[in-house]
Design a protein around this ligand. Sequence first.
Ligand SMILES: [Zn+2]
Length: 322
Amino acid sequence: MKIKHRTKPLPLQKYDAIIPRLSPNFPKLPEMKEDAGKQGRGHSGELKVDYHLETLASQYTILDNVYLKNNGKNFQMDTHVIANHGIFIVESKNYFGTIIFDTILGQLIRDDGQVEAGFEYPITQVENQQFHLQNWLKRNHLSHVPVYYFVAIAEPATIIKVDGNRETIAENVAHAARIPKMILEKDRQLAQLGYPNLQDYKIGKTILRACGEFDIDIMQKYGITRRDLLPGVFCPNCGVRGMKRLHGAWVCRKCRFKSYRAHLKDLFDYLLLNGSISNKECMWLLGLPSRSTATRILQNSGLVYLQKYKCWVNKRRGPLER
Ligand SMILES: [Zn+2]
């Protein structure tokens, strides 16, 4: 059973929320778009791998996006498959073209037909995850649970080559479609070797309870202040910013699209980036003429008013995560 499902990562949600609100001349915009693109490709690779791992959900316990803390240090894993005899970490990689694992130098080279580029060596990455997870399990009285790993190549057209020891790479790296079979096979081998049966669901629940969510302060990362953000409600139909409020509805200046709920996305995007919103900020963001209209909108959006801080927060997220 899958007990933790993949959602769009918070940093990616933040990129989507902030990029349209920056001036096209904002100096760090190209860098932000590149970072957002990279993260987006990573996320879509993870979804492709999820599709294949889904076949294991009927017999094993699966958790997506596992984010744990060990010894004050956070570590993140794309997927945990908790099988009968061990935990399998599956790390997704979304590369295009040809990738070459150099087992002697411990490096990964990608050749997309034009440029050769070096990447973080996935084996080192998963070995670190394995190390941290084993320590975490020990601290949580689960030291008897063995941890294994696989690197899943999301794109079936990616050509995998090896420079050095082919066997080691073949044991741990494969296209996503082959990973479920490799996990089943390894689990069977462990059974034959007499490894005890694990309570996979119970272990999964213990991990789930400890899971946090990876996040970054995107404003701070790129030196963005609130003054850099452009106000206005985005038209859900054509994407133009600056819908006009007319008799309780929002009307697009360009395509005349009419909506009663268009402001909700802008409001929640703002909360995602800033943690809270004041009445004054709401007037500015949505282009409202009066405090009373802003108050009514904030009330009707299911937000909670914090008297002490004189601002509104989203109930689903903690107060003032600034
Ligand atoms: Zn429009």
